[in-house]
Design a protein around this ligand. Sequence first.
Ligand code: DON
Length: 318
Amino acid sequence: AAREPIQNQFDISGLDLPDILGTINDEVRERFGEGKPADYIDALANVPLDRFGMALVTRDGDVHEVGDAREAFSIQSISKVHTVTMALDALGDDLWERVDREPSGDPFNSLIQLEYEKGIPRNPFMNAGALVVADVLLSAHERPEQALVDFVRARAGRVDIGADDVVAKSERESGYRNIATANFIRSYGNIHNAVDDVLDFYFLQCSLSMNCVDLARSMQFLACGGYCGVSGQQVVSAQMSTRINSLMMTAGTYDAAGDFAYYVGLPAKSGVGGGIVAVVPHVMSLCVWYPGLDEKGNSALGKYALHRFTQLTGLSVF
Ligand code: DON
């Protein structure tokens, strides 16, 4: 039998993307109700499980979307991709003296490795690492919250993106674990600013409200060697964009990163609002949203949608 021809993985001209998104949308809607919303944040606890959106943005800037792709939701930990990009821009590889770049194998809010590892978080995507990254941004910017909002707006190409104060307040009120984590890191000297300021910044970044199209656009630079076609700016070097993708692959979905690599095969970053962004390097960026979470805190049907996407397109990085 003839061998399968070697395909150019960057050529998507043969893919019927609207049809593929339509198939995924139909399949996901059959399964509405799976998972449960993040119930540890009051403002997210009662989100109904009858919403699904998916959007992708190609290198050329073409947008394809389906379902509730224009409904805003709480981006939560997806913001950690934006903040680590800003911190790498500010510090370059010196960031790695403050935070490591290894998968943790532990849940996003775990503290267990921090004592053994003397206040150096395993990676910038677990909460401990994101708090150190927030501290770096507080030192690097005179108005760090505005700098973050400006960064996200420029990447997404929409000026009316902002924080949801109700979510930020709700998170503050139930933020015992994050408050403990920040204080614990401070005790090792790896947080330099006031702990409360670091926490305020972190809760604000988690409460940013965006939709699937915004988020897919905001990650397009990671599919284009660091160049953001939305704003026409080189955000980070090509090498750094490859490396941010590597961080997402190894740590973007916490203790499910191995399962994501196996099942989806793309660098991805999840948030407990039910969003997941993913990147097909050199090809496109994507975002899916469904608010029901699996036991690891990742969107249950969002993960299924990405799995079906790589199955139907063959666009896994493996
Ligand atoms: O730190 C928290 O609890 C949340 N605001 C963010 C967590 C999050 O999205 C984790 N990701 N799956």
